[in-house]
Design a protein around this ligand. Structure first.
Ligand code: RNT
Ligand code: ZN
Length: 414
């Protein structure tokens, strides 16, 4: 069905110098890390701790995953609606040990079931130490805590998780990304801004001191502007981590919900690419104070994709999703975000960058604006439909009826 429309659209894009067959080939190879925590509102399998760390999933849509089996089944259902081969992003609290294990004692074997899951499906795995939802993070401080014993626990946890990540990389033959995000900060104006950052720096130095083959594990550090309850000061700010990454063998992770509302991650990407080999992203959607709405196919997402694609940086920008919406069907939330990131990448690939760049460099801004506006009504959707159809996933909103069936037959019985 969509083939006819594709052939027509293909000719239009060809006139712009774009080979859509090549584009689809390229798009099919882009791997996105799907965050497991959208499936259960970041609850994890430890049973007990409530979500903390200045983040919150709001809403109580029925059917959330309550155990590993349910979460895996939900992930399967989501991935059926998404073209391509991707990765699953795990957090330490999603370990599956036979009996409870403290976070600083977690071992690769506690994640064996995830490796099995990933291997059976040709997926990769990424990991995050969990430095929240725990009694030793109850005051909102972890790696920057003034108490050395608290810092020790979290340092050991982060070290343990690097070994888990190395194991993922070795077992699955795909480099694992280990991302450190901490909630540390203060609600009100701190007396000392320097001390906590000095302690965080020392903690990170110890965590990353062990050399692990970059073939298996890449370390990223994620900054943030503020969180609920930590409005005045965040230890792990963007300046802190950008400098830390520049001086150490780790990579900056930019979450586009973690900056001032008018500050754009799309604009940061080219600057980062000039100075470091790689940059990592948590693609999210900020709405006022919140940074975790389901990713929409909006202007900023398109700009982010443009900076990745037109700077030829698909191999240098590590793409992961990060949001948690508990007010809608959680499986649908995954599908919407994944498909939107792919659409944005496709949209960027269908843009004649050379022509637009030429207009900019020759000062022909009228042509630039005219072209950019006309491109918006090119038959991008026909290319997207064909991509879905040719990769064996539902075309357009057809995926939604599958999710509705799943909701009726599975989710509603939980
Ligand atoms: C929080 C950070 C962080 C978390 C996940 C659960 O503001 O974005 O990435 O969302 O680790
Ligand atoms: Zn994030």
């Amino acid at each position: 069905m969509s083939e006819e429309r594709y052939e027509y659209a293909k000719r239009l894009y060809k006139r712009l110098g774009i080979n859509t067959d090549e584009v689809l080939d390229k798009l099919g190879k882009v791997s996105i890390s799907l965050h497991c925590w959208q499936g259960d509102d970041i609850a994890g399998f430890e049973n007990g701790a409530v979500l903390s760390g200045g983040i919150a999933a709001t809403g109580n849509y029925p059917g959330k995953a309550r155990n590993p089996e349910e979460l895996m089944a939900d992930l399967d259902m989501a991935l059926l609606q998404v073209p391509g081969r991707h990765k699953i992003n795990l957090h330490a609290i999603y370990a599956i040990p036979d009996s409870p294990v403290e976070r600083d004692k977690l071992l690769p074997e506690h994640f064996e079931k995830w490796v099995q899951f990933a291997r059976d499906r040709g997926l990769g795995l990424d990991i995050n130490p969990t430095l929240f939802s725990h009694q030793l993070a109850a005051d909102g401080l972890t790696l920057s805590h003034p108490d050395e014993n608290v810092r020790r626990f979290w340092i050991d946890h982060c070290k343990a998780m690097r070994h888990v990540g190395e194991y993922f990389g070795k077992e699955l033959g795909r480099t694992c990304v280990n991302n450190v995000w901490i909630p540390d900060g203060y609600k009100d104006t701190p007396a000392d801004r320097f001390g906590p950052r000095a302690r965080l720096k020392a903690s990170l130095d110890e965590i990353f001191s062990e050399q692990i083959d970059r073939k298996y594990l890449i370390d990223t550090v994620e900054s943030k502007l503020f969180g609920i309850g930590v409005e005045s000061y965040t230890v792990g700010s963007h300046e802190f981590y950008m400098n830390y990454a520049a001086n150490n063998d780790v990579i900056c992770l930019l979450d586009n919900g973690h900056f001032h509302p008018t500050e754009k991650v799309s604009d940061k990407i080219p600057s980062m690419l000039l100075f470091s080999e790689k940059v990592a992203l948590h693609i999210s959607r900020g709405v006022r104070w919140d940074s975790d709405h389901v990713v929409s196919f909006d202007d900023e997402l398109k700009e982010i994709a443009k900076e990745i694609v037109c700077n030829n940086a698909l191999n240098r920008v590590i793409i992961a999703l990060d949001y948690f919406d508990a007010s809608i069907n959680r499986v649908a939330a995954w599908v919407i975000g994944m498909r939107n990131v792919q659409k944005a990448l496709l949209y960027a690939m269908l843009t004649p960058h050379d022509k637009l760049k030429h207009a900019q460099d020759t000062g022909d801004f009228t042509r630039l604006l005219a072209m950019n506006e006309e491109l918006k009504t090119y038959p991008f959707g026909d290319i997207w439909d064909y991509f879905c159809e040719s990769r064996g996933v539902p075309v357009r909103e057809d995926w939604y009826s599958q999710i509705l069936d799943y909701e009726e037959n599975v989710l509603s019985h939980r």
